[in-house]
Design a protein around this ligand. Structure first.
Ligand SMILES: [Mg+2]
Length: 339
């Protein structure tokens, strides 16, 4: 039969593909990688470990008809790297667990998909210098792909960035531009062709270097990554810091072509949002990534948007809500994204 292999790919074969596909680059932090019962990591002297896990589910976080396999692999790794970046951690090692539907493990098209996934993941892993040090594979019970990524990083002891350190009066900054991911996703959903060669949704760039610089130069009082949308993630930072905030609409770095709704609530831009005391001189760019002041932390607990006319209105969290089943309703936004 066309496109069907004589036998399904076995688990060992899959592990070999992972080993090959995801790059062989070892890292200084990995004493023993794929091939034994455990990986062995080495922590730099005086550092502590940071661990984050991210689940990517087909139909929820990606769709095979919209997202090329390379993008799914890239994004799975990017989400974890962005969490490490948010805390200023240096990535040490990544672990990948894959659940694949039976039909995928038995067809050439399925194999090509897995190779594409590993290629996309491998490109980013190589770029950031994080080795894939282990993982697990299984045939999925259903028809959908499941990828779970664990990322381990390190910071000098006690120096990681937290959501909780912000104080009233601190200025708020974001890296890069906002809204590009939601805009590109809407284009994918509607089958529109993208005019620019940039792919903020399919291939977001986690801000690992910026996070490291914020720790090294002691610039930030609090930080978070923008995975769920500015309105939602700023709310998380404010809650943990026990402060309110105002966002200056005119200062928001909206991606060219995106709208304000996408910039505020779209999510998945994987930029960093951080606070810094007003007296700290924050550079306009860090490692080639633009850094823009967009507002400040204020006493109280409310989050405000200040319009060009100086009028304040409440900025309510309308980004992605975990376990909510769907995005919170956002009138005027391009809804319906798989998360
Ligand atoms: Mg995060």
């Amino acid at each position: 039969m066309l496109g069907v292999m004589k036998r399904p790919m076995g688990e060992l074969e899959l592990i070999d593909r992972i080993r090959e596909g995801a790059g062989r680059r070892g890292g200084a932090g990995v004493a023993l990688g794929i091939g034994d019962d455990c990986a062995i990591l080495r922590l730099p002297k005086g550092h502590e470990l940071l661990v984050t896990t991210d689940l990517s589910l087909e139909g929820r976080h990606f769709r095979r008809e919209w997202h090329p396999a390379e993008s799914v692999g890239h994004r799975a790794l990017a989400r974890g790297l962005s969490d490490l970046a948010a805390m200023g951690a240096k990535p040490l090692a990544a672990f990948l667990s894959l659940g694949l539907p039976r039909e995928m493990m038995a067809s050439r098209a399925g194999l090509r998909w897995v190779d594409g996934f590993l290629r996309g993941l491998g490109w980013l892993a190589e770029e950031v210098g994080v080795p894939l040090a282990g993982g697990d594979t299984s045939e999925a019970a259903g028809e959908q792909v499941l990828a779970d990524i664990v990322l381990v990083g390190s910071t000098p002891r006690g120096r990681s960035l937290r959501r909780s350190g912000g104080e009233p009066g601190d200025l708020l900054y974001v890296t890069g531009t906002l809204g590009g991911s939601a805009m590109e996703l809407a284009e994918l959903r509607d089958g529109r062709r993208r005019r620019s060669g940039e792919h903020p949704h399919l291939y977001p760039a986690p801000r690992v270097g910026v996070g490291l610089a914020l720790v090294r130069r002691r610039l930030a009082s609090a930080a978070i990554d923008l995975s769920d949308g500015l309105s939602t993630d700023l709310g998380h930072l404010c809650r943990e810091s026990r402060v309110g905030a105002e966002v200056w609409e005119e200062r928001l770095p909206v991606t060219a072509g995106a709208n304000l709704e996408e910039a505020l609530h779209g999510g998945e831009d994987y930029e960093l949002l951080f606070a810094a005391p007003a007296k700290v001189r924050v550079p306009r760019s860090i490692g080639g990534v633009a850094v823009t002041a967009i507002g400040r932390l204020v006493p109280g607990r409310a989050v405000w948007m200040v319009g060009p006319d100086g009028m304040r209105k409440a900025l309510r969290p309308r980004g992605w809500e975990h376990f909510g089943g769907s995005r919170a309703k956002a009138p005027g936004s391009r809804a319906g994204k798989p998360r």
